[in-house]
Structure formats: C-alpha cells, structure tokens
Design a binder for this molecule. Structure first.
Ligand code: UDX
Length: 465
C-alpha cells in the first residue's frame, strides 16, 4: 500500500520504518532539510535500538523514502499519517499548529480517496478539527474528494519502540467510517496476527484513550513515590512493599517502581494537557493535579537527600552522577529528573561530573559549556575528585558497580541511589553510606530528620535548564 507519513520524529520514523518493513511503499515528509539529508544517508538522528538497521534495510530495498516535497507524496497516497509534534503551549495545552498545517497541506493536494490517520497525541476533538481544515482547503480549490480522518494513537515506549510497533498490544482505530476501517485493517493485518488486537471506537474515545493510558501509568508512579516517602518516614522499605502489593494481580508488578520521578516526552506533557482539557470543561481533576505535584517534588528527591547529607552546605562540593537520560536505552533528556537535580546542585554551588552511555551529547547541547558540568566518557571517570555518587538512570551498566573502586575514589563515600538499584546492606558493608528512595530501613535515612527543613527549600520552577 502507498503510505505517506508527515513528521520524521520519534513516532513518525518508527512507524514509517515498521510499515515499510511489512512491504508498504512509505514516503516520509518533513520540513527539516538537514534531518532529511541525514536520513537519506541512512543516519537516524536519535538513539533507538534496532531503528537504524530497519531504516537502512528498507531504504535500500526502496520501501522507505524521505522528501520535503509534500504535494506528490499526498497525491499518490492511500493512507496519510500525521505524526508531527504537539509540544505544550505556554498554558500547558497541546499546540496543534503543526498538525493543522499538515491537514491544510493534505487538503491542498489530495486527488483521490485517502485515509488520514492521526498518530500524534492530540486533544480530544482534534480529528474533527483536522477534518475541517482539510475540507476548507478542498472547498478553496473547488474540489470534491472523499476522505476520512481516523484517530490511531501510538503506544510506543522509547528504547522498545521498534518492538512495540512491530508487535503492538493493541491497535486503536477511532473512526465510524467502514471504508476507512477496511483500509486500515488491511494495512495493519501483518501486525494483527495470532489474536485480534484491533479495537474500534469513535474518534474522541480513541483520542482520550491515549491520555488515559499515560495518566494511569503516571498515577501509578506518583502513587508509589508517595508510598516511598511514607515508607521512608515509617521505617519501612518500599522495595519490600512493592513486591508485596505487586503479587496481587489486580495491582500487578509493572510500573510500580519508586524512583527519581517520571520524565520523557509523554507523561509530563500528557498529564498536563489532560488537566487542561478537563478544566476547559469546568472540571478540576484532583488526582491528576496530585500526580503532577508529587512528581515535581520527586524530581528533587535526590537533591534533598544530598543536601541533608551535607547539612545544607553544598558550595564547592562535587557530585558524581550516573545517568542523564530520562530512562535507560535512550538519549532523550526531555523533562529528565537529572536536569532538575543538576540545576538544584548548581544553584547550591556544587559541581557535577556525569556519565551517561548515550545522552552525553544531548546534555552538552541542552546545558551548554559550563564550568560546573563535566561530562565523562567512562562511568568511573566521574568519581575523580568527587565527594559522593548519585545514580539517576537505571542503565544496565550501573547495576553491578565495583563498590571497592567507588569507595576508594570518592572523598566522602556515599551513594544516592535514585532507582533503588543496590542492596543497602552490601553498599554499607563496602564502607559506603547508602541512601535510596523510600528505604526507611536503611540506617542513614532513618536517622535523618526528614521533615525538618535545613534551609529554605525553594521549589524550583518547572522549566528545565
Ligand atoms: C510512555 C508510555 O509508556 C508509552 O506507552 C507512551 O506511548 C509514551 O509514554 P516513555 O515515555 O518512552 O513511554 O517511557 P516509559 O518507559 O513509560 O517511562 C516513563 C517514565 O516513568 C521514565 O522516566 C521512567 O523512569 C519512569 N518510571 C517508569 C518510574 O519511575 N517507575 C516505573 O515503575 C516505571
């Protein structure tokens, strides 16, 4: 099938490559010349396991092409995906300008029946706006061309996106058009094997499903982070509690890990946008507000522990940091807890020496050259001249550390384990002070006066560095 895809960002590129892999003829359209030039050379401008070979293979066999020229790509397509960004506007609502610009381009160039598919995460009601924008352009041309708009949200996880796309748990099609549904059932047939994964619903419900899924997952995380903060104060260990509650199948073991807070391009943005939508209809979503507030505080949790460890005196200290990306297997630092931690440390006069297996360049790009940030190529290099070590991203590389080496290298051996990767007793046994998240049984934390403020602890603004 001839497929055109607008947007070669994360979602667009993965979707395009996977559709090409199934034998479709896919053309990806983007407005960024540099990015297109890189893609044409077979260079994938983001780190995602398995994506580059997939892109290269399908480019080589002619199934995947990249262009800036929208007109022919629109005119010849049977299905057109919109996968452009919907960044948050200043007020927290999703900015639809890119989506609607693509819709207008589609309206200007379609010649025959086409199914327009919304892949971008868009506010409820956007499918109707896309339809209106296309119709307006058709009317301006004096053309009558049939088309349908379908909401088909993506559920890709960064780091596992190719796998998620090739073997989806569900394929949500929001449309009431039998014609459009028949086309998409054919397109998705190779992804829909063994058991039925396609769920058909109206477009508004499909749009809300995406927000509801992300908000539910974000809620699980904030709930566990709140439990961790309670466990810490009550002398319990959240890791034991997690196993205890996860064994109830109604709760489940997934996504109940306390940590340094959730980041990334989806959860923070989508929870905010959903709150906004609800408020727009005169409803204040109390749970969502709490989910955000807990997460905001949690991103500063490691900073709070480090600050308390040093009795508020961070000036001139050096903190070694393992991890910069918002989660492992990506170089993405959008809304990453590391940015909040580093910013707080810098404001307090400390220096950071950081290592991340993939996100070093991204950190340099975001933070720029600064004397209080040293990015190291090797994980143990960060320890040179550092007082303590904080771990904020659970890369596999950090899971079995050489504790003796850490103890010998640090000036004041202490590990702040933002992902509860280590056994507190083993760390203490090696002669290193251990601080985790919600691990009230660890001696260090139980002896800390957690509720007594040391200094005025300003809540940092939500904006990143
Ligand atoms: C998420 C959704 O999982 C995906 O379905 C959707 O399409 C896009 O948003 P992603 O942003 O790639 O995917 O990251 P995810 O793996 O879900 O992790 C999000 C954040 O939650 C990370 O910062 C992670 O560290 C944190 N997290 C996750 C926890 O703190 N605890 C957990 O138990 C799980």
């Amino acid at each position: 099938m001839k497929v055109t895809l607008f947007g070669t960002g994360y979602v667009g590129l993965v979707t395009g490559a996977c559709l090409a892999e199934m034998g479709n003829e896919v053309t990806c359209v983007d407005v960024d010349m540099d990015k297109l030039a890189r893609l044409k050379r077979g260079e994938v401008p983001l780190y995602e396991p398995g994506l580059e070979p997939l892109v290269r293979r399908n480019q080589a066999n002619g199934n995947l092409g990249f262009t800036i020229n929208a007109a022919p790509a629109v005119a010849s397509a049977m299905v057109i995906f919109i996968a452009v960004g919907t960044p948050p506007s200043e007020d927290g609502s999703a900015d639809l300008s890119h989506v609607l610009a693509v819709a207008r381009t589609i309206g200007q160039h379609i010649r025959q029946y086409v199914v327009v598919v919304n892949k971008s995460t868009v506010p409820v009601g956007t499918a109707e706006q896309v339809r209106a924008a296309i119709s307006e352009q058709l009317a301006a041309r004096g053309a009558v061309v049939p088309f349908d708009v379908v909401s088909n949200p993506e559920f890709l996880k960064e780091g596992e996106a190719v796998e998620d796309c090739l073997r989806p748990e569900r394929i949500i099609l929001g449309s009431e058009s039998a014609r459009a549904l028949a086309v998409l059932r054919t397109l998705y047939a190779p992804f829909n094997r063994n058991h039925e994964r396609i769920l058909v619903m109206d477009a508004r419900s499909a749009e809300l499903t995406k927000y509801a899924a992300n908000a539910m997952l974000a809620s699980k995380i904030s709930f566990m982070n709140e439990m961790a903060n309670i466990a810490e104060r009550l002398g319990a260990d959240i890791e034991q509690v997690r196993r205890g509650i996860g064994s109830d199948p109604r709760i489940g073991h997934h996504f109940i890990y306390a940590g340094a807070g959730y980041g990334g391009s989806c959860f923070p943005k989508d929870v905010q946008a959903l709150r906004r939508m609800a408020r727009g209809r005169a409803y204040e979503p109390l749970v969502l507000g709490a989910v955000e507030a807990v997460n905001h505080a949690q991103k500063l949790k490691l900073y709070d522990l480090i600050r308390r460890h040093f009795a508020g005196q961070l000036k001139g200290r050096t903190v070694a940091l393992w991890g910069l990306a918002f989660k492992p297997d990506t170089d993405d630092m959008r809304e990453a807890p590391s940015l909040y931690l580093m910013r707080a440390l810098w404001d307090a006069g400390a220096t950071v020496r950081a290592h991340d297996p993939q996100a070093g360049d991204e950190a340099r790009r975001i933070c720029g050259e600064r004397a209080d940030l040293v990015i190291c190529d090797h994980p143990y290099q960060v320890l040179e001249g550092a007082d303590v070590l904080a771990v904020i991203t659970e890369w596999k590389l950090f899971r079995s550390p050489d504790l003796a080496r850490i103890r010998d290298a640090l000036r004041e051996p202490a590990i702040f384990d933002g992902r509860n990767l280590y056994d507190p007793e083993a760390v203490e046994h090696a002669g290193i002070a251990y601080y985790g998240i919600g691990r009230g049984r660890s001696l260090r934390i139980s002896s800390m006066a957690l509720d007594a403020p040391l200094t005025a602890f300003d809540v940092l603004p939500l904006a990143t560095v």
